[in-house]
Design a protein around this ligand. Structure first.
Ligand code: SAM
Ligand code: SF4
Length: 535
């Protein structure tokens, strides 16, 4: 009986995680929004001589940008003597880095805060802080709505955290949700300790200027600003020297990355990022030789740097360093970027190009600023310049006034592109967005859900089809660790971002590249064997 109950419970959990929520991240090895990492606590190695005896617990939700921000926060507080813990019940400061993108993301955080309340009753001195997008959206209202919260800090105010915690220690509540036009945390090297030591995310810009009508990001993360390029090259070089073999350059719209050295002179003194020369010199003085990269990087910085230039600068660090990026915007992705991808073997042939809808009227309502034809033109350009490139996407179903025919246009767009992966969502109205102000959220939940189901079924078909096309080919795979199912197998990802599993063997280890012959596939994974390298 117990076994049957257990099986039913497991099936229920499976259904809930896979079908009942309004987000479906299907078959996605792309880690930019990894369901498996939601709520993950960050752990740093203690720094000798720094610890002041206070313990920090920090957990994160949402996209990779948030996880990357938590590393910045942890670095700032570690400088002030905090040591991290993975047990919130014994922490002095508990921080939760939040996501506002859909309503269920916020609900998840509210539920988690209830668990912190119980811990705080036992440990009344505990400081509880809310960071990130929910903090920015709700501001001081958070303090009224969630009585246990002591500190509310928006994404551009993390440098102020030590001071805000001091204020709480003095018996006050503290809020800083000021958005900045300059802050990029360029000079803070995040500490990455519970990563696998192979893949790292590097933020290249913050904020977004696009104002898609459904999206809360421009309100919670502020205006778009690009991080100084040499600080990015320096961080990636440092990661490579510490053994990392893959960097993913992160931004809400990486194609509009633009560094203009002249514009930086206008900044307030205290907000000026550490200039690239300083950082470059720091890397060089630690014994690194960037060779031609250094000269070229310096030249390019003087001229002003586009995303295509930046991609090239990072790719030149070493042919052994894989470079990925996310997210591309269909209105901004240029042929220059595609040609740069083509020119460097170590820039992965994979583009995440969110379509959202396949219908021009809906795209207009969404304020995406491209049409169906424009999107198709970009797909054609990718196919022409990089025929082997894998493409993935984001889709929203049931946006305001979307008709059945318009939904069919999304399905037909999916048929046309045959995406490798997709993140699929039901539209969730977010307070304060253009859509919430202008349009009625008038598609019944059941219809949104039905459309989502159809989109998911279609994507499942295409993901499987894409993997089947790779059976019988040889793929270069970066080994990331043991497979989830067995420590007799390694798991890694191909250039096109698909998961590849193969037997552990002599002579190759995590962090190394191997050529794997693909023998078969499941709906989400390619399975193969390593082709021994000829000496
Ligand atoms: N900047 C990226 C872009 O433009 O594609 C993505 C940013 S957003 C964090 C990730 C995805 O969440 C979006 O592409 C969209 O599909 C989805 N999303 C954003 N707001 C949403 C909403 N209100 N309801 C449902 N899905 C939403
Ligand atoms: Fe949101 Fe659009 Fe900006 Fe992406 S590009 S973060 S969807 S406003």
């Amino acid at each position: 009986m117990l076994t049957i109950c257990h099986a039913i419970f497991k099936f229920y959990v499976f259904l809930r995680t896979n079908f009942v929520k309004n987000t479906m991240d299907l078959l996605i090895p792309d880690k930019t929004h990894d369901e498996g990492r939601q709520g993950e606590a960050l752990l740093l190695e203690p720094v000798a001589g720094k610890n002041n005896g206070r313990k920090l617990y920090i957990e994160s939700y949402g996209c990779a940008m948030n996880f990357s921000d938590s590393e910045i926060v942890a670095s700032i507080l570690q400088e002030k003597g905090f040591e991290t813990t993975q047990d919130f019940t014994n922490a002095d400061v508990v921080l939760i880095n939040t996501c506002s993108i859909r309503e269920n993301a916020e609900q998840r955080v509210r539920n988690r805060l209830k668990e912190f309340t119980v811990a705080k009753v036992k440990n009344p001195g505990m400081v509880v802080g809310v960071l990130g997008c929910m903090a920015e959206r709700l501001k001081s209202k958070f303090l009224e709505e969630e009585k246990l919260v002591d500190v509310v800090v928006g994404p551009d105010a993390y440098r102020d955290l030590p001071g805000l915690i001091d204020r709480v220690d003095d018996g006050q509540k503290a809020v800083n949700v000021l958005l900045s036009r300059e802050e990029t945390y360029a000079d803070i090297s995040p500490v990455r300790l519970n990563s696998n030591g192979i893949n790292a995310f590097v933020s290249i810009m913050r904020g977004c200027d696009n104002m898609c009508s459904f999206c809360v990001v421009p309100f919670t993360r502020g205006r778009e600003r690009s991080r100084e390029p040499l600080s990015i090259v320096a961080e990636c070089t440092d990661l490579f020297n510490r053994g990392y073999r893959e960097v993913t350059l992160l931004g809400q719209n990486v194609d509009s990355y633009k560094w203009n050295p002249e514009k930086q002179d206008n900044k307030a003194e205290e907000q000026k990022p550490v200039m690239g020369m300083d950082l470059l010199e720091k890397v060089l003085s630690s014994g690194e030789d960037l060779g031609e990269t250094q000269d070229q990087a310096l030249e390019e910085v003087k001229e002003g740097v586009t995303f295509a230039n930046l991609l090239e600068m990072v790719a030149q660090i070493s042919p052994e360093l894989r470079v990925r990026f996310s997210t591309s915007h269909p209105k901004d992705i240029t042929d220059d970027v595609l040609y740069t991808m083509k020119a460097y073997d170590n820039i992965c042939k994979y583009i995440h190009l969110p379509v959202q809808s396949g219908n021009t009227r809906v795209l207009k309502l969404m304020n995406r600023t491209y049409s169906r034809d424009w999107y198709i033109d970009r797909i054609e350009a990718i196919r022409r310049i990089i025929p082997e490139c894998a493409i993935s996407t984001d889709v929203i179903t049931g946006f305001c006034s979307e008709t059945e025919e318009e939904h069919q246009d999304t399905l037909s767009m999916m048929d046309y592109v045959q995406y490798y992966f997709a993140y699929m969502f039901m539209y969730s109205e977010r307070p304060g967005t253009l859509a919430a102000k202008r349009y009625a959220d008038d598609i019944p939940e059941a219809v949104k859900h039905q459309r989502l189901k159809e989109v998911v079924a279609k994507q499942q078909e295409h993901s499987h089809l894409r993997l089947k096309q790779l059976v019988g080919t040889t793929q270069k795979v970066l080994i990331e660790g043991f497979s989830k199912k067995s420590d007799k197998d390694y798991s890694g990802r191909s250039d096109q971002n698909t998961v590849v599993v193969f037997p552990v063997g002599e002579g190759y280890n995590p962090g190394q590249y191997v050529n794997v012959f693909i023998e078969r596939c499941t709906t989400a994974t390619m399975i193969g064997t390593v082709i021994p390298q000829t000496p």
